[in-house]
Design a protein around this ligand. Structure first.
Ligand code: HEM
Length: 258
């Protein structure tokens, strides 16, 4: 059981996430979007979205740095394991509560506004619910971590995560004896990875960072009165006749009685 969830499931989840995302991008590029509902209702979105995104992004950066930095680098930098544990709990805890409040607002908005509810898919509501559950489980791990303030439990998670990424066969054994709350949190996190390509979470891979360095440009309406060279006079005349025929009868159009 432990070997399946922490030795095999991580590879299933990561493979589906990577290859599923590539397949979706190739097959359905027009579904690759955040599906913003800002046009339907702005209320609750701005504050909820900021709290949620700042919280989750802080947690994700913390998780990647905290779990994947090799232990010898942490030691070479002179960062104590107990110190690292307390920083993870404090910064992660504050970010987790922020994300929970923001995510709760976003969920409430999506669930109670009839227009947003109607335009939400099962995946939209489901993934937000799953993220909230994951945040709840994550914040709950803090109480278990508080019993291991020397940081030795955290080392097990680092060995596990780095073991998975380096294909070590004994990776799952590293966390065989940790508290259940950690295991539930990790399985739920892996399930989010697994579902990633089938949800709006894919927009994370398209952060528009290019806006920061793209050359500025401005779209202006041309004042040109002469026709573009690529159109012949005959084509333009035909287009004018067609648009005159298609134009709705206005006050200046001759009526049938005339
Ligand atoms: C497979 C992916 C994930 C793994 C392996 C993982 C692992 C962990 C571990 C080991 C801890 C305890 C850290 C410690 O105190 O020693 C933790 C804490 C936490 N996690 Fe995750 N996590 C994952 C995904 C997520 C996601 C997606 C979220 C948020 C949406 C999240 C939110 C939290 C929070 C709020 C905490 C408590 C604060 C902290 O210690 O940083 N985790 N996670």
């Amino acid at each position: 059981m432990n070997n399946f969830f922490f030795g095999i499931y991580p590879y299933i989840a990561l493979s589906v996430m990577i290859f599923g995302s590539i397949a979706r991008y190739e097959r359905d590029p027009f579904t690759w979007k955040s599906s913003s509902s800002q046009l339907l209702r702005r209320k609750q979105l701005v504050l909820g979205s900021i709290l949620f995104h700042v919280g989750v992004l802080t947690i994700l950066v913390g998780h990647v740095a905290g779990l994947l930095t090799p232990v010898w680098i942490i030691d070479a930098l002179g960062i104590g394991h107990a110190f690292k544990q307390v920083v993870a709990m404090t910064v992660g805890g504050i970010a987790g509560v922020m994300a929970l409040i923001g995510g709760g607002m976003l969920f409430h908005r999506r669930w109670t506004d009839p227009r947003i509810r109607k335009t939400s898919s099962v995946a939209d509501i489901g993934i937000l619910g799953l993220l909230l559950l994951q945040l709840l489980l994550g914040v709950s791990t803090i109480f278990a971590s508080a019993r291991h303030l020397d940081g030795h439990e955290m080392l097990k998670f680092m060995h596990w995560a780095q073991g998975i990424l380096t294909f070590r066969p004994d990776a799952a054994a590293q966390i065989a004896d940790v508290a259940l709350i950690f295991k539930l949190h990790i399985v739920c996190g892996l399930t989010i990875f697994l579902l990633f390509p089938f949800t709006r979470l894919v927009h994370m891979l398209s952060v528009p960072v290019r806006y920061f360095w793209r050359p500025g440009y401005q779209i202006v309406r041309s004042r040109r009165t002469t026709p573009l060279p690529s159109h012949s006079d005959a084509e333009i005349a035909r287009a004018k006749v067609a648009s005159a025929k298609a134009a709705p009868a206005g006050p200046r159009a001759p009526s049938l009685a005339e």
